[in-house]
Design a protein around this ligand. Structure first.
Ligand SMILES: Cc1cc2nc3c(=O)[nH]c(=O)nc-3n(C[C@H](O)[C@H](O)[C@H](O)COP(=O)(O)OP(=O)(O)OC[C@H]3O[C@@H](n4cnc5c(N)ncnc54)[C@H](O)[C@@H]3O)c2cc1C
Length: 504
C-alpha cells in the first residue's frame, strides 16, 4: 500500500512524486507509455515567471486575466504568479538548466511570447520540456527507494469505496488482464486531450483519459469547451507527428503572411502577429478559407541566420529535415489542437470534488486559464499546483480503512481501435473545432453516440472524453475566449460563468 498513487509521469506527476518522496511519502508512479511520453517532453517555448527586476506580479496577473477573457479565477491566478519564482527555484534545485544570458550565467535569457507585457519566459533554447524531463527523470533515479515507477501501464478506471477514491484499475501493456491497485491518496496527472482532434500537437497518450475516469466516479469537470488551438504547427504532410512552431518564434519577430506576402494580421489585431493565440488561429483559418490554401506562412527571414539557429536549434533542424531553411524560406503553418484549459475541477490545493482524489497539470481545471491560456503558463501551473497538492496530501494522507480486493478481469480488444479513434478525431475536428455552430455540435454529439455500442476498454475513455467536450461546448451559447460560435458571435454577460459537468 503506497501513500500516493500518481497516474502520469509528465511535469505534474513527476513534481508530485519527487516532492512527496523528499517528504518521506511512498509513491507508485504509473505511465501509459515508456518514459518520457507526455506533452511535457515536447514543450518548446518555456515557462513563465516574474524573475526580472523590471517585471511585476501585477503585470503577470493582468496578462493572464486578459488572455482568460473574463473567466480566470483571480485568486488562483495570484497563487500561480506569486508562487512562480519558487517553482522555478525548485526546478533548478532538481537540476533543470535554463538558458542564461551570454557572458552572464546569473541572468536568465528571457523570451517574450504573445500576450505577455514583459520578457518573462524562461527556456532551455527551444527544448525546454525535454530539459525538464531529463532533469526530473534523473532526479527520480535518486529516489529509487521512495518511488516505484511502472511504465506501460494504462489506468482504465478509478476505484471508489465509501465515497472515497482508493485506487485504480490498471492494464499493463500487452497484458490481456487488468488489476486493482490501492493507495491512500490518488493523484491524476494524465495530461491533456489534444489527440481527440484530427490535427494536434499532442503526443499519442494525450487522450483525455483522466476526464472520463474522473467523471465516471462522480467528480466535477469544468471549462472543457476551451480547447486551445495552436495557430502555428508546421504544415508538413510527410511528418507522422505534427511539429510545433513555438509562439516564441513570433515573439522573436516572426510575421504571418499569406501566399502573396500579405501580412494579414495587420487588419486583425493591434499586436498583429503577436496577438493572442485564439485570434491568430481564427485569422489563419479565415485567410486559408479566403485564399483556398491549406496553410499560411510564418516569416523570420529578416532575422540573422546565426540568431535563428541559436534561439531555435530544434525548430531549425526539424524544418531543414522537411527541406525548409527557415533563415531563407517562409515556414508553412496550420492550426492544431494544442492545450485543454478545462478539466477535472480542483481547488487551490489541487483537491477534486472526490475525497482522496487530486488532479494536477493539464488534466485539472484550476481556473487560472479562464477561457484561454496565456502562453507558457501551463508548465508553471503544473509545478505550482503539484507542489501545493503535496503539501495538502502530507497533512491529510489517511490510513486506509477500506477493504482490499483483487481483480482479475479479462480485457477484450475486439474492435479496430485505431480506426475508431480516427472517426472520433474527424468528428471533433469537423464539429467541435476552431469555429463551431450549435447545429454542428449537436450533429457531432449524435455521431459520437453512435460509436458507443460495444466500445472496448481502450476506446471507452477516448470516446467518453470527446463526448464530455462536445457537451460542454453545447452549454456555452456565446463566443468567448476559445469558444467561437457562428450562431452566437458575441460575448454574453449571462454566460460569464463556469460550466460544470457531473455524472447524474
Ligand atoms: C508541442 C507542445 C508544446 C508545448 N509548449 C509549451 C510551452 O512552451 N510552455 C508551456 O507552459 N506549455 C507548453 N505546452 C503545454 C504543456 O507541455 C503541458 O500542458 C504540460 O506539459 C502538461 O503536463 P502534465 O504533466 O499535466 O501532462 P503530460 O506531460 O502530458 O503527461 C501526462 C502523463 O500521463 C500519462 N497518462 C495519460 N493517460 C494515462 C492513463 N490512462 N494511464 C496511465 N498514464 C496515463 C502519460 O503517459 C504521461 O506520462 C506544450 C504542449 C505541447 C504538446
Amino acid at each position: 500500500m503506497h501513500d500516493i498513487l500518481v497516474i502520469g509521469a509528465g511535469i505534474a506527476g513527476l513534481t508530485v512524486a519527487l516532492k512527496a518522496a523528499e517528504n518521506g511519502m511512498s509513491v507508485l508512479l504509473l505511465t501509459k507509455g515508456a518514459k518520457p511520453d507526455g506533452s511535457t517532453n515536447y514543450a518548446q517555448g518555456g515557462i513563465a515567471a516574474v524573475t526580472s527586476p523590471e517585471d511585476t506580479f501585477e503585470s503577470h496577473i493582468a496578462d493572464t486575466l486578459e488572455a482568460g477573457d473574463g473567466l480566470c479565477k483571480k485568486k488562483q491566478v495570484e497563487i500561480l504568479t506569486k508562487n512562480a519564482p519558487n517553482a522555478i527555484e525548485q526546478l533548478i534545485k532538481w537540476g533543470v538548466n535554463f538558458t542564461t544570458v551570454k557572458d552572464d550565467a546569473n541572468s536568465f535569457d528571457l523570451h517574450l511570447e504573445g500576450g505577455h507585457s514583459f520578457r518573462r519566459i524562461l527556456h532551455t533554447a527551444d527544448l525546454t520540456g525535454k530539459e525538464i524531463m531529463r532533469a526530473l527523470l534523473a532526479k527520480l533515479k535518486q529516489h529509487s527507494k521512495g518511488i516505484d515507477f511502472i511504465e506501460r501501464s494504462t489506468v482504465l478506471d478509478l476505484l471508489m469505496q465509501k465515497s472515497r477514491c482508493v485506487g485504480a484499475i490498471v492494464a499493463e501493456q500487452n497484458a490481456k488482464k487488468a488489476r486493482a491497485i490501492y493507495a491512500k491518496t490518488v493523484v491524476l496527472a494524465t495530461g491533456g486531450a489534444g489527440q481527440l482532434w484530427l490535427h494536434s500537437t499532442n503526443p499519442p497518450d494525450a487522450c483525455g483519459d483522466g476526464f472520463s475516469m474522473a467523471y465516471r466516479i462522480g467528480a466535477e469537470l469544468q471549462d472543457l469547451e476551451f480547447m486551445q488551438f495552436h495557430p502555428t504547427s508546421l504544415y508538413a504532410p510527410q511528418l507522422r507527428k505534427t511539429f510545433l512552431i513555438s509562439e516564441a518564434v513570433r515573439g522573436f519577430g516572426g510575421i504571418l503572411k499569406n501566399h502573396k506576402g500579405k501580412e494579414f494580421m495587420n487588419d486583425v489585431h493591434p499586436l498583429r502577429s503577436l496577438a493572442p493565440r485564439d485570434i491568430v488561429a481564427r485569422a489563419i483559418l479565415r485567410e486559408m478559407q479566403l485564399t483556398g490554401k491549406d496553410y499560411m506562412y510564418l516569416d523570420v527571414t529578416h532575422r540573422k541566420a546565426k540568431d535563428i539557429k541559436t534561439h531555435f536549434p530544434n525548430i531549425y533542424a526539424k524544418c531543414l529535415e522537411c527541406k525548409i531553411d527557415i533563415a531563407k524560406d517562409w515556414i508553412p503553418v496550420v492550426p492544431a489542437a494544442h492545450y485543454m484549459c478545462g478539466g477535472v475541477l480542483v481547488d487551490s490545493f489541487s483537491r477534486t470534488t472526490i475525497n482522496g482524489l487530486y488532479a494536477c497539470g493539464e488534466v485539472s481545471a484550476t481556473g487560472v486559464h479562464g477561457a484561454n491560456r496565456l502562453a507558457s503558463n501551463s508548465l508553471l501551473e503544473s509545478v505550482v499546483f503539484a507542489l501545493r497538492a503535496c503539501k495538502d496530501i502530507e497533512k491529510n494522507c489517511l490510513n486506509p480503512d477500506f477493504k482490499l480486493s483483487t481483480l482479475n478481469s479479462q480485457l477484450s480488444t475486439t474492435r479496430d481501435v485505431r480506426k475508431l479513434k480516427k472517426e472520433v478525431q474527424t468528428i471533433m475536428w469537423e464539429h467541435c473545432g476552431i469555429v463551431r455552430s450549435m447545429d454542428g455540435l449537436k450533429i457531432g454529439l449524435e455521431k459520437l453516440k453512435k460509436l458507443e455500442k460495444g466500445a472496448t476498454f481502450e476506446f471507452r475513455n477516448f470516446l467518453e472524453s470527446a463526448k464530455l467536450v462536445m457537451e460542454s461546448a453545447l452549454k456555452r451559447k456565446e463566443s468567448r475566449g476559445l469558444q467561437c460560435l457562428t450562431d452566437y458571435p458575441e460575448k454574453n454577460p449571462k454566460y460569464l460563468k463556469h460550466y460544470t459537468i457531473k455524472r447524474k
